[in-house]
Write a protein that binds this ligand. Structure first.
Ligand code: SF4
Length: 364
C-alpha cells in the first residue's frame, strides 16, 4: 500500500473520495486543473528555476509554454482567465526574484523536486520534496506554497502539519537530516484586469464630450480629466497583459511583507513519531475497510472545493461503482503528482499567444 501526503489528506477530507480515487483508482478523463492548481504549478516552476539560477527570460518562456498547454484545452470562458493568470505569474516571478535575491544567493542547492520513498513493513510513503539547500553550512528543507492569504494563523497550523514531518523523516533517511524547514509562501495578488485610460500617440489621455468629440483646454491642449457635470468622459480600454504583469510586479513589490513570506519551521523527533503513529492508524482503517463504496463514509462538507464539484459526485450520489458514462478512466498509478510532467525550464518552444509575453514590457 502506497500513501502520499495528498492521499492521506484526501482520506481525512472524505473517506469515500479516497476510496474512488486511491482504491478504485478512478479519474475523470477531462480533469482539467482549476485556477488554484494552475497558479500553484506555474509558481513552483518559478521557485525551482530561480533557485537553480536559471535565466529569467527562459523561465518566463517555460511558464508561458505551460499556460499555452492549458489554453489549448480550455473552454472559451476559461481562456481569458488563463492568459491573465500567466501575466500575473510573470509579475510575481519578477517581484519574487528581487525580494529574495540576497537570500537566494546564500543558498547552495542540494536537490530540487526529489521523489522519495519511506518503506515500512505494511506500507510505504512516497512524496516529492520541493528543494533541499545549504544555508550557512546547515541543511535546510524547502517547501514552496502559494496561498490566498498567508497570515500568522497559516503558519501556526504548520506546527501540526504532517507533510513537514514526513519530508523531514525522508531527508533524514537519505542521510541529509535538515536543521529546519524553510517554508516559502507567496500570497496570490488577486488582481484582475482593469480598465485603463486610452493614450494617444503623445501619451495623452483622451477625454470626449457627450457627442464623442475630443475635448481640449482653452490653451488647445488635450483635456486629461473627466467631468460628470460637463458630460466629459475618459476613454478607457481593458488593461493589456504586459501592463497587468507590470502592475502585479509593482503591487507585490510595494508591500513585500504581505506577499512574500519565509519562516523556519522546526520538527522535534516526538512530532515525527506522532505523525507516523497517525499514519499507521489511518493505514489500519484503510486496510481493514471492505472493498464496497458504502463502507467508506461520505462527507458532504467536502463536496465542493475550490469552487468545483467533486468529480465522484455521480458515483457517490448513486452509491454505486457502476460506470457514470465513459468519462472516467482507471489509472495504474493514482499518485499522479509524483510523475507530473512539466515544461522543462530550458524549453525554447513558443508559448506565443499567452498573456504577458511582450518581453519589451517586462520591468527587468
Ligand atoms: S461527492 Fe462529496 S461525499 Fe461524495 S466522494 Fe465526493 S466529496 Fe465525498
Amino acid at each position: 500500500m502506497v500513501y502520499t501526503n495528498s492521499s492521506i489528506q484526501t482520506f481525512l477530507t472524505c473517506n469515500r473520495k479516497y476510496y474512488y480515487r486511491y482504491i478504485r483508482k478512478l479519474r475523470k478523463k477531462e480533469e482539467r486543473p482549476n485556477a488554484s492548481l494552475r497558479y500553484g504549478i506555474a509558481s513552483h516552476m518559478v521557485f525551482e528555476s530561480l533557485l537553480l539560477g536559471k535565466d529569467t527570460k527562459l523561465i518566463a518562456e517555460a511558464v508561458a509554454l505551460q499556460f499555452s498547454r492549458w489554453l489549448a484545452n480550455a473552454t472559451t470562458e476559461e481562456a481569458d482567465d488563463i492568459r491573465t493568470e500567466c501575466a500575473s505569474v510573470l509579475g510575481m516571478m519578477m517581484a519574487y526574484k528581487k525580494v529574495w535575491a540576497a537570500q537566494t544567493a546564500q543558498m547552495q542547492v542540494i536537490f530540487t523536486e526529489h521523489v522519495f520513498s519511506l518503506n515500512f513493513d505494511e506500507f510505504c510513503i512516497k512524496g516529492k520534496i520541493d528543494a533541499a539547500v545549504r544555508i550557512n553550512g546547515e541543511i535546510v528543507l524547502m517547501e514552496h506554497k502559494t496561498a490566498l492569504r498567508a497570515a500568522d494563523e497559516y503558519f501556526f497550523a504548520l506546527d501540526i502539519d504532517n507533510q513537514i514531518s514526513i519530508y523531514t523523516a525522508a531527508m533524514t533517511d537519505m542521510g541529509l537530516e535538515p536543521s529546519y524547514t524553510l517554508y516559502n509562501v507567496v500570497q496570490k495578488p488577486g488582481l484582475s484586469l482593469v480598465n485603463v485610460p486610452v493614450l494617444d500617440e503623445n501619451g495623452d489621455k483622451i477625454v470626449n464630450d457627450a457627442n464623442g468629440k475630443r475635448v481640449y483646454t482653452q490653451r488647445g491642449k488635450p483635456r486629461q480629466t473627466a467631468s460628470k457635470e460637463e458630460g466629459y468622459t475618459l476613454a478607457t480600454t481593458i488593461e493589456s497583459y504586459p501592463d497587468h504583469t507590470k502592475r502585479v510586479y509593482e503591487t507585490m513589490l510595494a508591500d513585500p511583507d504581505k506577499y512574500f513570506m519565509r519562516r523556519p519551521i522546526n520538527r522535534l523527533s516526538s512530532q515525527i513519531h506522532d505523525c507516523f503513529g497517525e499514519i499507521a492508524n489511518i493505514h489500519h482503517r484503510i486496510a481493514s475497510a471492505p472493498d464496497r463504496p458504502s463502507c467508506w463514509p461520505r462527507n458532504k462538507a467536502a463536496c465542493t472545493q475550490w469552487g468545483r464539484m467533486c468529480p465522484y459526485y455521480g458515483f457517490c450520489r448513486a452509491n454505486t461503482m457502476e460506470p457514470q458514462g465513459d468519462d472516467f478512466e482507471t489509472l495504474k498509478n493514482p499518485h499522479t503528482e509524483l510523475e507530473e510532467e512539466r515544461s522543462t525550464i530550458l524549453a525554447k518552444e513558443g508559448g506565443q499567444g499567452v498573456g504577458g509575453l511582450d518581453k519589451e514590457a517586462w520591468p527587468m
